[in-house]
Ligand binder design. Sequence first.
Ligand SMILES: [Zn+2]
Length: 275
Amino acid sequence: MLDIHQTSTAVSDRGSKQQLESAAIILDCREHGESDLIVTFFCRDHGRLTGIAKGAKRSKKRFVNKLEIFTSLLIRHTMPENRRLAFIAEAELLKSFLTLRQDISCYTTANVIRECILLATQEMEGDEQLYPLLIWAFTSLDSGRPPQAILILFLIRFFTAIGYSPQLRRCLNCSQEVHERETYTFYTTVGTIRCSNCSKREESSGTPLSLGTIKSLTAAQDQPLDRLQRLQLSPHSQKEALSFLHHYGRQLFQREIISWSFLDTISSKNVYRSR
Ligand SMILES: [Zn+2]
């Protein structure tokens, strides 16, 4: 049975061009010439790869309606060599994640996730945590879970996976553990919270985080992936969390997350608004 969680397997070896079969998510697909497509996909073993699907625009059998953004596929491909593109021979649909292309809230959320993955990864850099996290996020969105909560849970785990886990357990300056009688502010430049006493001495502005939000987010950092969606965040916590995660992402990437601006336009309740 085909499995979206599977890793790559070698399927043939013709000379130096070994062909692999990888379960992957399509992150980008653009036209190239009259009939080819350039496809960027993300798989567990090799991370982000970019390849060319020759004749894909004409091929009814090998690729038709498969090389769509956010789709999960089993891709038969070579590895890129000498800075050249991988060669994509064939693709088999694993899961279309149709909701992500049809529902505007899911689409804009998935697009932020996609942009963050593209910003944080290099070609051919495998990562054991990112691929399952990406599958978890897209599966959760596709099954109708609230997009803003999925984005928060994805981002808090994503920053940990790329080595920049926000430190929310104790004040950076006095090292006191988070407790009920204190208020906290998150500082994006250092990726850590400070208590009210220590914040007063800081000149740079931070994002206030309530205790409830801090507790929800640290729980999200600790939970196994298959239990992550059980976490509930209040509307207030969602607003706070999105604001700080947005600022933190901009600080880490040293640029705006372009697709984030579309989140603001889709929610009438303003739960996505971060400023
Ligand atoms: Zn302190």
